[in-house]
Ligand binder design. Structure first.
Ligand code: GUN
Length: 304
């Protein structure tokens, strides 16, 4: 077995499905619209946002990028979100994170209408997932993408398997734990205060790591044959003569590869899936908006 999980191929399959869905929706008169808001000029964020716009256009969406200076106020940013909420041509809104200080992301994410929250980070969408409703809301893109890779290896029912998630962020760790739990895995949430992290990781049949520490997970942290999903994207310091350091994950890929049954590379693993799932969410949001416009939910008017 090659052992390497090809995230690019899995993402391409999702994008093919999204393109077909977009074509079908277009025949009914709706073009999915995605608006990405970028605040400030962080180079990594600029790269990610450009990639999202490019992929949206490749899917046949209307794509808008709204660039705001790092000096934008909380109130100004909120009013940009409100305008996008009110724009019927925009089905998906994404605010690239992290926001520059002193902006507070939580109220901004809350200001996005949950139906347009293609990042799946609004408390309504997070709550739907936490209560086991995987179909009612929108799922966060990176966990949804990572879960598709897990399902490609193990199928949809993870009964009897131990899954260890390292990292407890709202963006990834918590929703990933919920998705694994919904698929019947026995889930351990590990984090920076966990004692004997290597020992906990060795319990995992499925080890998912999202901590932002280059190559932290070593071969002796991994149970032989385990599936390893590396969510980290870290840039190492440049080697002599090089301008930029290479990208690497949170897992020591070269060392762990021989120990793991299956492993995602960085780049080319979870990363492409994140963008693909963002496109899938935007299509879903547009499909729901079109269905709602065609047959609005009946209103109960006879209240007395
Ligand atoms: N920054 C890094 N990952 C993400 C993501 O999934 N969504 C948003 N909005 N910002 C990010």
């Amino acid at each position: 077995m090659s052992g390497i999980i090809d995230g690019r191929a899995a993402a391409a399959a999702v994008i093919d499905e999204v393109r077909a869905g977009t074509k079908a929706l277009g025949a009914l008169g709706t073009v999915p619209g995605l608006a990405v808001v970028l605040v400030g000029s962080d180079p990594a964020s600029q790269t990610y946002v450009a990639a999202k716009g490019r992929m949206a256009r490749e899917c046949g969406f209307r794509s808008r990028q709204i660039d705001l200076p790092a000096t934008v106020s909380q109130a100004e940013l909120t009013s940009v979100i409100e305008a996008l909420n009110a724009d019927a041509a925009v089905h998906g809104i994404l605010v690239q994170l992290p926001l520059p200080a002193p902006l507070d992301a939580a109220p901004i994410l809350k200001a996005i209408r949950p139906e347009k929250d293609v990042d799946g980070l609004h408390p309504v969408n997070a709550g739907a997932l936490a209560s086991g409703d995987l179909d009612g809301g929108l799922l966060p893109c990176t966990p949804a993408g990572a879960m598709r890779l897990v399902r490609a290896v193990h199928g949809g029912d993870l009964s009897g398997l131990v899954a260890v998630v390292v990292g407890r962020s709202n963006l990834f760790g918590k929703p990933m734990g919920q998705l694994l739990l919904a698929a019947n895995a026995t889930v351990v949430m590990a984090h920076s205060r966990t004692r004997d992290l290597p020992g906990i990781c060795r319990l995992a049949d499925i080890l998912v790591v999202a901590v932002g520490r280059a190559e932290m997970v070593r071969a002796d942290w991994v149970k032989p044959g385990a599936t390893v999903i590396d969510v980290g994207i870290n840039r190492l310091p440049p080697e002599a003569g090089a301008v930029r350091g290479r990208l690497t994950g949170d897992v020591d890929f070269a060392g762990v590869r021989g120990q793991a049954g299956r492993i995602t590379p960085v780049p080319g693993g979870v990363g492409p899936m994140t963008i693909a799932m963002l496109m899938a969410n935007t299509l879903t949001a547009a499909q729901r908006a079109a269905a709602e416009a065609a047959a609005p939910a009946a209103e109960f008017t006879d209240r007395l």
